[in-house]
Design a protein around this ligand. Sequence first.
Ligand SMILES: NC(=O)c1ccc[n+]([C@@H]2O[C@H](COP(=O)([O-])OP(=O)(O)OC[C@H]3O[C@@H](n4cnc5c(N)ncnc54)[C@H](O)[C@@H]3O)[C@@H](O)[C@H]2O)c1
Length: 334
Amino acid sequence: MKVLVTGGAGYIGSTTAKALEDAGHTPVILDSLLSGPRVFVRDRIFYEGDIADRGLLTRIMEEHPDIECTIHMAARIVVPESVEQPYEYYRDNVTKSLELFDQLVALGKPRVLFSSSASLYAMVEDFEVTEESPLAPTSPYARTKLVMEMALTDMAAATDLRAVILRYFNPIGSDPDLESGIYVREPSHVLGQLVMAAQGQKDAFTITGTEHPTRDGTGIRDYIHVWDLAQAHVVAVERFDDVLTTVDAPSTIVNVGTGHGVTVRELVTAFEKVFGSEVPVREAPPRPGDAVGAFANVDKARDVLGWTSSLTIEDAIGSALQWAKRRKAVLGYE
Ligand SMILES: NC(=O)c1ccc[n+]([C@@H]2O[C@H](COP(=O)([O-])OP(=O)(O)OC[C@H]3O[C@@H](n4cnc5c(N)ncnc54)[C@H](O)[C@@H]3O)[C@@H](O)[C@H]2O)c1
């Protein structure tokens, strides 16, 4: 099967493209290289351009009439930047996505798999969220994702568009051949910070927030190996029509996580076990806007998508550490 992957030069997009290839499919990448590095596109079929360029989309579909599905991952994704630059986030994540979806329908390519986010969820008492749990997106970034979920649901109800919306939890790690991974120079997320502290690029790892209402006071997340997340996309494109038939609706939302909540302290312990030595840790108050967190109820992923995660948190940490050693050779910078 041929699959259009927007944002296919990015972290999750490049990993998903590889997983599609491994499963015998052909990814066609559309990416503006706004943030993703060119090296992640390698020898794949690649169109450099914008998702809102209707002419380019027409050309892609003329040149690849056998594209059966679009995985729409292209987006701006940096939460603090979205607070500073809301216009750019709404323009790129909302307005441009609308152009893309409308053009896909016009071109007779109605199947869309959309990257949404667990950052939409409100905090619930036991931290486990189903697709029906209350939402309370706390940043412009997260709100752009919610707007697009609503737009996709409405467009699917009114047009030929068909949408499977995946709410990703917290992807970490790399693909098994270490071809791509986290490429930002100073990753702000917790595992990237841990790797930097372990490698001596920072003097300590700082736990921000130790008085949250979790079992040990630190934030809770559902860390999913990015290779597992990539497999969820392969299953979703292969079973796209069956998924919507099962739910008997033109669109649906599915959590993609492991189903396990891990606190920051537990992550540090798991990290030290895999790394083989202790990492200096400091504690600090929460940063403004820090979410306590959530983990996925994965019943729908299992029952409707037919997918469950299979890799452990130790696998994912090991993969992230291996990528940290290799990334200079791939990217040209530490
Ligand atoms: N990384 C996470 O923790 C996470 C969690 C939940 C959801 N997501 C979602 O998953 C998707 C992929 O995330 P990622 O971590 O791989 O991000 P990324 O920044 O590595 O990848 C996004 C890609 O989109 C491209 N892009 C941005 N705007 C574009 C445009 N207008 N036209 C064409 N290309 C454009 C960028 O160049 C980049 O290569 C995003 O939609 C993101 O919101 C990510």
